[in-house]
Design a protein. Structure first.
Length: 128
């Protein structure tokens, strides 16, 4: 069984209604938004949770036949998608692996800026 949590459903949005797929490994970096693959647009889009979650439902009836197409289309689009959030996994040669921790780079601002080089507002002469 796959460790990836994927949900296939339907977005009720009037004329813009579509089958959608949610991959919990795609993180927007914002707790108020989420990524959904929209089959009608063939894109992974960022949605506001407050707006979209009440409009999501399970696939039912004939819609369930779209699940195979939905997963195949998502797989193609996902290969080139770069989420702006922090990745929880990294794809390496087709296999998901935990994301590597990034080294924190120390920014020594004091080494770059010497306080004597920049005048403070109180030191400026308005007549200059």
């Amino acid at each position: 069984m796959s460790k990836t949590k994927i949900w296939c459903g339907y977005l009720n949005a009037g004329e813009k209604s579509a089958a959608v797929l949610r991959d919990d490994e795609l993180d927007t970096g914002n707790p108020n938004t989420l990524y959904l693959f929209n089959l009608a647009r063939n894109e992974i889009l960022e949605y506001s949770r407050a707006i979209v979650e009440p409009k999501l439902r399970e696939l039912k009836g004939q819609e369930q036949g779209q699940e195979v197409e939905l997963k195949a289309a998502f797989k193609k689009v996902r290969a080139d998608f770069k989420p702006r959030g922090k990745a929880t996994t990294v794809l390496v040669r087709g296999k998901a692996t935990p994301a590597a921790k990034q080294d924190v780079v120390k920014d020594d601002v004091d080494d770059v800026i010497d306080d004597g080089d920049v005048p403070v507002l109180d030191e400026l002469d308005p007549d200059e």
